[in-house]
Design a protein. Structure first.
Length: 100
């Protein structure tokens, strides 16, 4: 292969490969990754057991401000509870008011 101008390199110690799609992520923990350089192009081969997950989304600025105002809390508290409730504004406000 080397005589044909093909170079291959296997990466050691790969902990995780994540492919980020619009609506989900494909995660391959402990993947085997090989890079191939050929004819001026570079490609990667990834192998291993994969699983899918939904990416954590950040609450919108408007949602954070609304929760802060309604619950009377700081930004960090509003963000944390919005993440815990999956972005449910009403539930976040109620939880924060209960903590009071």
């Amino acid at each position: 292969m080397r005589q044909m101008g093909v170079k291959m390199k296997e990466f050691e110690g790969v902990r995780e490969v994540v492919i980020k799609l619009a609506d989900r992520e494909i995660v391959i923990p402990n993947a085997q990754v090989t890079r191939t350089d050929m004819a001026g192009q570079r490609s990667y081969q990834v192998s291993g057991q994969e699983f899918e997950r939904k990416p954590e989304s950040e609450p919108s600025e408007a949602d954070v401000k609304l929760v802060m105002e309604q619950a009377g809390v700081e930004r960090e508290a509003a963000m944390q509870v919005l993440k815990e409730t999956g972005g449910d504004i009403a539930e976040a406000i109620l939880k924060l008011k209960e903590k009071g």
